[in-house]
Ligand binder design. Structure first.
Ligand SMILES: [Zn+2]
Length: 260
């Protein structure tokens, strides 16, 4: 009798691979709660109280009794809309180190995990999906360091030397902010169906950690700088394995999952 053996889900395989690549580069893997305070998810990240992303359409607010944030304002709870809330928790811990220790051990971590947005599902959107974010805070950190780390990461993940290009963009928690593209891993930049003949694939957002965010975490923003980046892991899985509908990753169909 043939027995069906269980095995890892593609997102788990991808999470393990990403963690391996980053730990080889000296990064830690951080984890934390999926239920977050409004402070960690928004305020500390320099997302103002009137910002549209806090709207009910994008955020799952939880019916938990409000508490007070550190400024004495009422503070609600949300299902985290990004894993950046864990970066806040980790930066607050790092802020307590002495300057000597901070210089000896820059804060280098990635946060892979589930995030939640209150939106309709289709071929490229799910209400629950996976992100990986990275953070490096220390002395003299620059966008050049970010580019080098991203190029090393994507070259290893897609098993082909690749370059990254950045385009100016805006996110409240970084300044300057960029969106970044990876040179197409399939055609190498000459143009194919994966990159829609452009030679480039849009991957995610990044930038230098906004001085307000460092300040909110108790880090002296004159002495230390940081970069942060984030991208959707479901999208990376879809690119890596040629999956064209995100729902295949979540509908529990063993015919799909057993291909990995
Ligand atoms: Zn291509």
């Amino acid at each position: 009798m043939e027995v069906n053996k269980g095995h890892l889900h593609p997102i788990t395989i991808l999470t393990d691979r990403i963690a391996q690549i980053f730990t080889d580069m000296g990064f830690d893997v951080a984890d934390g709660p999926e239920m977050e305070t409004e402070w960690n998810n928004f305020d500390a990240l320099n997302v103002p109280r009137n910002h549209p992303s806090r709207d009910m359409q994008d955020t799952f607010w939880l019916k938990k009794e409000k508490e007070q944030d550190r400024l004495g304002r009422p503070m609600g709870f949300v299902l985290r809309t990004h894993t950046s809330s864990i970066q806040i928790r980790e930066m607050e811990k790092w802020a307590h180190l002495t300057d000597e220790d901070k210089k000896a051990q820059p804060l280098a971590l990635i946060v892979p995990g589930k995030v939640f947005r209150n939106e309709a599902t289709d071929a490229t959107h799910e209400a629950q999906f996976h992100q990986v974010e990275g953070l490096l805070v220390g002395e003299g950190v620059s966008l050049a360091n970010l580019k080098a780390v991203l190029e090393a990461f994507f070259s290893k993940l897609f098993e082909r030397d690749t370059t990254i290009r950045m385009r100016s963009s805006f996110f409240p928690f970084v300044e300057p902010g960029v969106e970044f593209d990876m040179q197409c891993f399939k055609c190498g930049g000459t143009g194919c169906n994966v990159c829609k003949q452009t030679g480039w694939i849009e991957i995610g957002g990044a930038g230098m950690v906004h001085p307000n965010v460092l300040n909110n975490c108790g880090i002296n923003n004159r002495n230390y700088q940081g970069f942060a980046f984030g991208c959707g892991m479901d999208r990376l899985a879809m690119l890596k394995w040629g999956i064209d509908d995100i729902r295949f990753l979540y509908n529990g169909d063993l015919r799909v999952v057993s291909q990995f």
